[in-house]
Ligand binder design. Structure first.
Ligand SMILES: [Zn+2]
Length: 173
């Protein structure tokens, strides 16, 4: 049985104990961008945040790309999020390859050169990368200057966050 089939079977049983209040309209207070890495799943609990308070935006590498910006704009203008947290992490898979190596490998394996994705956004330094992502959000004309944008690196070995300050100054938004 595939794992998806197992999950569907489990869902039929687990849903019997579902709390219907989880279906109430969400009222997020923070928009969070983090990595799709499974070690970041459930990070709200590590931060003492309730799930309904967080709009969770995840992708490979905690990248502020077109789609992450789309979600951040909607979260802050439509859903009511008032702060933005960007959480990179140690030991990210995006540190372990380069875009050009990955492109070469895929071209070789498939014999194809598609138009997208234009970039994989691999990086070599989680702190420097986080600064870049903060700057991308902070400079966006549709993200209000009233919304604090703060970045962090999550240590997967300790569960602790370290704040990253662009330009070495406290990022108070
Ligand atoms: Zn990662």
């Amino acid at each position: 049985m595939s794992m998806i089939d197992q999950a569907l079977s489990a869902n039929a049983t687990i849903a019997r104990g579902y709390d219907p209040s989880r279906g109430n309209p969400p009222t997020p207070k923070i928009a969070m961008v983090t990595c799709a890495d499974p070690r970041l799943s459930g990070i709200e609990q590590m931060l003492g945040l309730a799930e309904p308070d967080v709009d969770m935006i995840r992708n490979f590498g905690t990248v502020i790309d077109d789609d992450a910006v789309r979600s951040l704009v909607l979260s802050t203008h439509l859903m009511g999020s008032r702060e933005i947290m960007i959480i990179n992490h140690t030991d990210c898979g995006m540190l372990k390859f380069t875009d050009s190596d990955m492109e070469s490998r895929l071209r070789k394996e498939t014999g194809q050169t598609p138009i997208a994705p234009a970039k994989f956004y691999s990086f070599t330094d989680a702190v420097a990368n986080t600064k870049e992502q903060i700057q991308k959000v902070r400079s966006h004309p549709w993200i209000s200057p009233d919304v604090p944008v703060r970045g962090f690196v999550y240590d997967v070995k300790t569960g602790r966050l370290s704040e990253v300050f662009p330009d070495g100054k406290p990022a108070t938004g």
